[in-house]
Design a protein around this ligand. Structure first.
Ligand SMILES: [Zn+2]
Ligand SMILES: [Zn+2]
Length: 375
């Protein structure tokens, strides 16, 4: 049986601002079939709006269109297809943006965050199980990162849906599918921040703030949160930062002297060249720069090799916070439940599906952290 429901379709990239007027997202009636083998039908309750969604709209990253965008969400399983083993009807789930196949070389090597098969399906705008399922009046629509969250229903491959304890507010746990994994995972897994280590976090969007929380969970001291906008510093302190500042030259000099020459870890979450250069300035000899901010294609940093060697630096990229999602989503949800991960502080706005275009404007203006669309 086909399910019919409302969802937001993007047909054309690069429409002008304000998005509230050009309306890149059109709310239409969509259809999905019953879940096939290895597939799960989820009634979406809440979905987070992330900077990566904006890059689909602007064309900074080129994805196949038309597409239902949205790649982090929470909902309840409504139906499962044959061969589905780990989730059942009625389970609450978090939807994650990389379906980890479990059998490719990277998955087998214990690095499922680099799953080649899942990434390839994502780039085609298809499910891990092959092809698209979404249609609008019978015409196929692509799925954003195997999730396609800005809709009342999502049909996903089983690895995209991670079961969580029932009854948690979807508006809080929706952000565990991208922001929390990427941010907290980068601090705890990729960078491997340890107790008592000094950490600078650059860029205080939702992902940067989740990195602050990850560093706090690791027991790092100090945790210095840096952003060009002073207005973002208060949220960082709520997430566990010990200090916050706008990084002027004077502030940078003070931080270098206070830390005895730099931080053990610099976590770059701004997605800008300036942010990466700041991270390179702030890290101590022997320290680690970990970058997760995803600037646009072609953004390059000229790396002077002699200081890299002489200072014994490590530079790491972090995708999906180096998370095995079946292990890490439940771990972070547990930290949320016991109060050590204040996920609700990452969310500044709750919006209905019909206000998605206005929410895009707020995101582009830097006037919001995570905005959660509630269905
Ligand atoms: Zn995201
Ligand atoms: Zn894989």
């Amino acid at each position: 049986m086909t399910v019919t429901f409302r969802g937001a379709v993007l047909r054309e990239r690069g429409l002008p601002r304000p998005f509230a007027e050009s309306r890149p997202f059109e709310i239409v009636e969509l259809e999905l079939p019953e879940p096939g083998p290895g597939e799960v039908l989820v009634k979406v309750q809440a979905a987070g709006l992330c900077r990566s969604d904006l890059s689909v709209v602007t064309g900074a990253r080129v994805w196949p269109l038309p597409m239902v965008v949205g790649h982090e969400a929470a909902g309840t399983v409504e139906a499962v297809g044959p061969e589905v083993e780990r989730v059942g009807v009625g389970d609450d789930v978090v939807l994650v943006y990389l379906p980890q196949c479990g059998t490719c070389p990277r998955c087998e090597a214990g690095e499922p965050w680099l799953c080649k098969v899942g990434m390839a399906a994502n780039l085609r705008g298809e499910l891990l199980t092959g092809g698209t399922r979404l249609t609008h009046r019978g015409s196929p629509i692509h799925h954003h990162m195997g999730v396609a969250a800005f809709a009342e229903y999502a049909l996903v491959a089983e690895p995209s849906a991670v079961p969580i304890p029932s009854g948690l507010p979807a508006r809080d746990v929706a952000v565990f599918g991208c922001a929390v994994l990427c941010g907290a995972g980068t601090a705890l897994n990729t960078a491997g921040v340890g107790p008592g280590q000094s950490v600078a976090v650059i860029g205080l969007g939702a992902v940067g703030l989740a990195a602050v929380a990850g560093a706090a969970i690791a027991g790092a001291v100090p945790i210095v949160a840096l952003d060009r906008l002073e207005s973002k510093l208060a949220a960082a302190s709520a997430m566990g930062a010990t200090d916050g500042a706008v990084p002027t030259d004077q502030v940078i000099e003070e931080l270098l002297s206070r830390t005895g020459g730099g931080f053990d870890h610099a976590l770059e979450a701004s997605g800008t060249l300036e942010g990466f250069e700041l991270a390179m300035r702030l890290v101590r000899a022997g320290g680690t720069v970990t970058t997760l901010g995803l600037p646009g294609p072609g953004v390059a940093h000229a790396l002077e090799l002699a200081p890299l060697v002489a200072k014994g630096l490590t530079i790491r990229g972090s995708y999906l916070g180096s998370c095995d999602v079946r292990r890490e989503v439940p771990r972070f949800v547990d930290l949320y439940r016991d109060g050590s991960f204040p996920a609700a502080r990452l969310v500044t706005h709750h919006v209905p599906l019909d206000d998605l275009n206005a929410a895009l404007d707020r995101l582009a203006d830097g006037a919001a952290l995570r905005q959660v669309v509630e269905m």
